[in-house]
Design a protein around this ligand. Structure first.
Ligand code: C2E
Ligand code: MG
Ligand code: MG
Ligand code: MG
Length: 286
């Protein structure tokens, strides 16, 4: 019987353990240990003002430096972290580390005006979120108005009544709130109006086709015009060309983020980027 059971188990693995399942298991056990092993790192992508390209902030984006897989992008492990609940400790680490980094830059005389941090749906559901944010602000000393929490439409629409309350409490701490990837969900701008949001980030998929694609251009124009009337500051993500930047500027977008200015950078590279960037800005003025 034992032999038979063993054989069945073997067959089970043989048949079911395809490469995908195997990778998932590997990733999951790795993910469980990654925090304590210090394998996560944050990269920071600059956001610049549309009119003069001055640095107005950075968005913190997590990466996983896996011992065998190399630098793993969040698209590959955030969904798994969400499923397993590991996103909670990971998200808490991101918030603390990013705020700590801001105070380190402050101390080094590198004044980064604003920091944006992505929240996951699971973090947003957590009772402790408000307390966690308040605690990190208190312990790092980061001025609340310099912290911007990015949430997505689906997080708001899951339970709008509770979301309105939570966002109100977060706003009361003094932090800023952004709606990320706008245009990819199902909410309309009129739906969003009940939430106390400060920034609206137009999803990269609309920016991609600018300025040539007529539909992308029309949608982007309409989003910016309406968002401005509703007093949101508009951020465009995924700006890769000067032409896209010019189109967005012409249509009243406030802030640009994308590879045209910089990819997300390790914290240590930000000062160097900023120096070069300022030289480029100067040169284009003269
Ligand atoms: P997101 O918050 O919308 O972040 C923007 C993504 O677009 C980033 O991908 C960024 O590297 C990429 N990007 C920026 N500019 C350009 C561009 O010009 N061209 C192209 N092709 N891509 C550009 P990344 O870093 O791979 O992050 C992907 C997503 O993973 C993020 O999308 C966010 O939803 C999630 N994520 C990243 N870090 C965190 C985190 O700390 N916590 C949580 N919960 N989610 C995170
Ligand atoms: Mg984001
Ligand atoms: Mg986004
Ligand atoms: Mg996006």
């Amino acid at each position: 019987r034992a032999k038979e059971a063993g054989k069945n188990t073997y067959q089970f693995f043989d048949a079911q353990m395809n490469a995908q399942t195997f990778e998932r298991l590997l990733m999951e056990s790795g993910l469980r240990q990654a925090l304590e092993r210090g394998e996560f790192e944050l990269h920071y992508q600059p956001q610049v003002a549309c009119d003069d390209h001055q640095l107005v902030g950075v968005e913190a984006l997590i990466r996983w430096r896996h011992p065998h897989l190399g630098l793993v992008s969040p698209a590959r492990f955030i969904p798994l972290a969400e499923e397993t609940g590991l996103i909670k400790p990971i998200g808490a680490w991101v918030l603390r580390e990013a705020c700590r980094q801001m105070t380190e830059w402050d101390a080094a005389g590198l004044a980064i005006p604003r920091l944006a941090v992505n929240l996951s749906a699971r973090q947003f559901e957590q009772q402790s979120l408000l307390h966690d944010v308040a605690e990190v602000l208190a312990s790092t000393g980061l001025e609340p108005a310099r912290l911007d929490l990015e949430i997505t439409e689906s997080m708001l629409m899951q339970n709008p009544q509770e979301a309105v309350l939570l966002l109100g409490e977060l706003k009361a701490l003094g932090v800023r709130l952004s709606i990320d990837d706008f245009g990819t969900g199902y909410s309309s701008l009129s739906n969003l109006k009940r939430f106390p949001l400060d920034y609206l980030k137009i999803d990269r998929s609309f920016i991609e086709g600018l300025p040539g694609d007529e539909d992308s251009a029309a949608i982007t124009e309409a989003i910016i015009a309406m968002a401005r009337k509703l007093h949101y500051t508009v951020i465009a993500e995924g700006v890769e060309t000067a032409e896209q930047g010019a189109f967005l500027r012409l249509n009243g977008c406030a802030i640009l983020q994308g590879y045209y200015f910089s990819k997300p950078l390790p914290a240590a590279n930000l000062a160097g980027w900023l120096l070069k960037h300022q030289q480029r800005c100067q040169a284009s003025l003269t």
